[in-house]
Design a protein around this ligand. Structure first.
Ligand SMILES: Cc1ncc(C[n+]2csc(CCOP(=O)(O)OP(=O)(O)O)c2C)c(N)n1
Ligand SMILES: [Mg+2]
Length: 242
């Protein structure tokens, strides 16, 4: 299980120029001193987000509007500190912005805003919207013949929202092989999932993989894998929510 070690102090990180590394993320996160009540929700996504932006997604700050870019939708928009840290590390916006996190005049709100933050594809925070949007985007890209992937990150409790059940079924029925959903599973949903969260997706025809959500190599292999005709689910298991 990998974890950030040898982290730089916030001040050291502040003075460095992107692209930065995984080891820089704690420093970048510590710059975000605004009141944040969803710290565990942020850190649960740390490794998934890093591997996505470092190894999987074909996106870059230099090509924000490229129609052929991959799309990443952070549906679980609460606790966006890690998301902001990764985007800053990859040069989507200046590291300087992080210090303003949560402030009245900051672009970096407690929920990400696609109109304010370069690299953010959807505004999120109200749970249950990102996955249906990702299904629509995957359908639209396929209809246009654009060979891009759509990756959507959801929480296990977010899946309690009924909109996700519809999205799961539609994506399976339409064979959306360009869609990958990553569930960060910290076993926080109200009633849990009989047979595990992946069992429901498997019934709808999805490829289902379960991996250690802190293991970068396992995450990369799972998130890189797509099937020719069906959508892919990656269940990234992390520590229980304390
Ligand atoms: C539609 C909607 N209902 C309720 C909330 C309040 N809410 C914020 S975080 C959260 C729990 C989300 O759990 P999960 O998706 O598993 O993410 P985790 O915090 O475990 O990372 C809830 C219910 C919300 N943001 N949106
Ligand atoms: Mg959860």
């Amino acid at each position: 299980m990998s974890s950030p070690t040898d982290s730089l102090t916030a001040d050291q990180t502040h003075r460095r120029t992107p692209p930065l590394s995984f080891e820089d993320l704690p420093g970048l996160m510590s710059l975000q001193t605004g009141d944040e009540k969803h710290g565990p929700a942020a850190t649960s996504t740390l490794d998934v987000l890093w591997v996505l932006y470092d190894e999987i997604l074909d996106v870059s700050a230099a090509a924000l509007d490229d129609p052929a870019r991959d799309r990443f939708y952070l549906s679980k928009g609460h606790g966006p500190m890690t998301y902001y840290a990764v985007l800053a590390a990859k040069g989507f916006f200046p590291v300087d912005w992080l210090a303003g996190f949560g402030g009245a005049h900051s672009r970096l709100g407690h929920h990400p805003d696609r109109n304010l933050v370069p690299g953010v594809e959807i505004s999120s925070g109200s749970l249950g919207h990102g996955f249906p949007l990702a299904v629509g985007t995957a359908l639209g890209l396929r209809a246009q013949g654009v060979d891009s992937r759509v990756v959507c990150l959801v929480g296990d409790a977010e899946l309690d929202e009924g909109s996700n059940a519809e999205a799961m079924t539609v994506a399976g029925s339409f064979d959306l092989s360009n869609l990958t959903v990553v569930v960060v599973d910290n076993r926080s949903s109200s009633h849990g999932w009989r047979g595990g969260v992946g069992a429901h997706f498997a019934v709808e025809g999805w490829i289902v993989q379960r991996v250690d959500g802190r293991d970068h190599q396992a995450l990369a292999v799972a998130m890189r894998r797509t099937a020719a005709t069906v959508p892919t689910l990656v269940v990234a298991e992390v520590e229980d929510q304390s």
